[in-house]
Each structure stands twice: as structure tokens, then as C-alpha cells.
Design a protein around this ligand. Structure first.
Ligand code: PEP
Length: 258
């Protein structure tokens, strides 16, 4: 039985005062969602604030990105060891908004997937659980390439670190056309892709595939979370916009419990 996980990606939002209000609002209701893991991903400059607020709360935290390099002359980057130093349990890797920034450098999908795989390896070496974001763009969706896109990255991850490394990993299916658009994937569509991902891993190792948490992300809200989370291969959500409202986020966490 896989425990659900709800992850709140705050993106580049918040300040010290609004973060305190948001965290207090979530923590005040934490007894209403006990059978779900919950993690918060603030902007990195607020990591310490979130760490202090969530320590001993049972909730976890992490950053929205990390460097694929260990340390050194990489101005502006954050290393996996730094995440460990600040008590991060998880790190988001390969979010489509990050990929978009790299794509502006004209890197192709193959190179992008390899950067994700390098970051993945770095997180694993420090014992920080990577949440790997995978999903097709609107164009890839329209031309029926979803499975190809998802399989390409999964195969690279497995080739680089072996299938067993996925036991410390969370996957997040995030169709790019659903992120921040208010247009969530249907539960049936998401289930089909999640099931495809699990089967792809199962071809290498069924036990790892069965224990693997696969989250859905893309316009998850309080009122569409329950049908999504009721699908057999959807193990919770990666939530952007709705994680900025304490009551809405708590509703999503509650939906993952039922
Ligand atoms: C995200 O940023 O990962 C995300 C899913 O955003 P939203 O929930 O706003 O679509």
C-alpha cells in the first residue's frame, strides 16, 4: 500500500510575512490530514524560515531545483549537500518551468533529460529524495507523443542509476498543458499515463514499480483532487497555484487521505 504525498510548489511567490500566514494556516489544520505525507517547496531564500516552521510538525520541505554539480564555481546554484544541511527531505527536479529556461538556451530534449538525470544522481548521493517531473508539452500532447516523452526520461534515469534507485524517488506526471492553466487532465487520462509509467518501471523490477509514488500535477484544486487521487496509480499531487492558499491546500491534503 503506497502512502500518498501532496507537495506544494510555491514557485517564485511569497515573502516572510505571507509565508508565516500560509504556514500557520496549514499547521493549524494539520490534524485533519494525518494519513498523507505533505511537503512544501518554497523559494530557496525562504528555506530556513520553512525549516524552522515545519520542524517537528511531521511535514517536510525541499527546494524547487538543485545543481547537477557537487560544489564550486557555479554562481547562483544550490548543491545537494546544502539541501541536506537545511533538512530537506525532497527536491523537485526537471519542472517544466525550469526546462523552459534551459530550452531558451536551445538545448534539445535529449540534453535536457540528461541534465535532469545528473541532478537526480546528485540528490541521491546526499540522500535527498528527488521528485522527478515528467510531462508532455501541448504540441507533444496534440501529436500523441505522451508515452514517448515519458518513456524517454524514465529510460535514461534507469540506465544511469539502475531501477532500484527509483525506490528513493518520487515521479510526478505533469502535463505541461495542464500547469497553471486551470485545465487539469481528466482522472482517466492521468491514470492511463501513470499506469504506463509504472509498467515501464515494472519491466525492470515489479517490486520497485509497485512501491513507487507517482504524483499528478497540473491545476489540482480542492474540488478536483478527490477524483484524481481515487485512481489506482495516482499517489497524490504536485500542487502549484492552489498551494498558496492554506484552506485550498488543506482541502487537497484531505482529499489524499480518503
Ligand atoms: C506545478 O507548478 O507543478 C503545478 C502543477 O502548478 P499548478 O498546480 O498551478 O498547475
Amino acid at each position: 500500500m503506497r502512502k500518498p504525498l501532496v507537495a506544494g510548489n510555491w514557485k517564485m511567490n511569497g515573502n516572510s510575512a505571507s509565508n508565516t500566514l500560509l504556514l500557520d494556516g496549514i499547521l493549524a489544520q494539520k490534524n485533519t490530514f494525518t494519513s498523507v505525507d505533505v511537503a512544501i517547496f518554497p523559494s530557496a531564500v525562504y528555506l530556513h524560515q520553512v525549516q524552522i516552521a515545519l520542524e517537528r510538525s511531521g511535514l517536510s520541505w525541499g527546494t524547487q531545483n538543485l545543481s547537477q554539480f557537487r560544489q564550486g564555481a557555479y554562481t547562483g546554484e544550490i548543491s545537494a549537500a546544502m539541501l541536506k544541511d537545511f533538512g530537506c527531505k525532497y527536491v523537485l527536479i526537471g519542472h517544466s518551468e525550469r526546462r523552459g529556461l534551459y530550452a531558451e538556451l536551445n538545448l534539445d530534449h535529449f540534453v535536457l533529460d540528461h541534465i535532469v538525470a545528473d541532478k537526480y544522481e546528485m540528490a541521491l548521493t546526499e540522500g535527498v529524495s528527488p521528485i522527478i517531473c515528467i510531462g508532455e508539452t501541448p504540441e507533444e500532447h496534440a501529436t500523441g507523443q505522451t508515452e514517448e516523452v515519458v518513456a524517454r526520461l524514465l529510460d535514461i534515469l534507469i540506465k544511469q542509476n539502475g531501477v532500484k534507485a527509483l525506490a528513493q524517488t518520487v515521479l510526478a506526471y505533469e502535463p505541461v498543458w495542464a500547469i497553471g492553466t486551470g485545465k487539469s487532465a481528466t482522472p482517466e487520462w492521468a491514470q492511463e499515463v501513470h499506469s504506463f509509467m509504472r509498467e515501464r518501471v515494472a519491466k525492470h523490477d515489479r517490486a520497485t514499480a509497485e512501491s513507487l509514488q507517482i504524483l499528478y500535477g497540473g491545476s489540482v484544486k480542492g474540488d478536483n483532487a478527490a477524483p484524481l487521487f481515487s485512481m489506482p496509480d495516482i499517489d497524490g499531487g504536485l500542487v502549484g497555484g492552489a498551494s498558496l492558499d492554506a484552506d485550498e491546500f488543506v482541502k487537497i491534503c484531505q482529499a489524499a487521505c480518503s
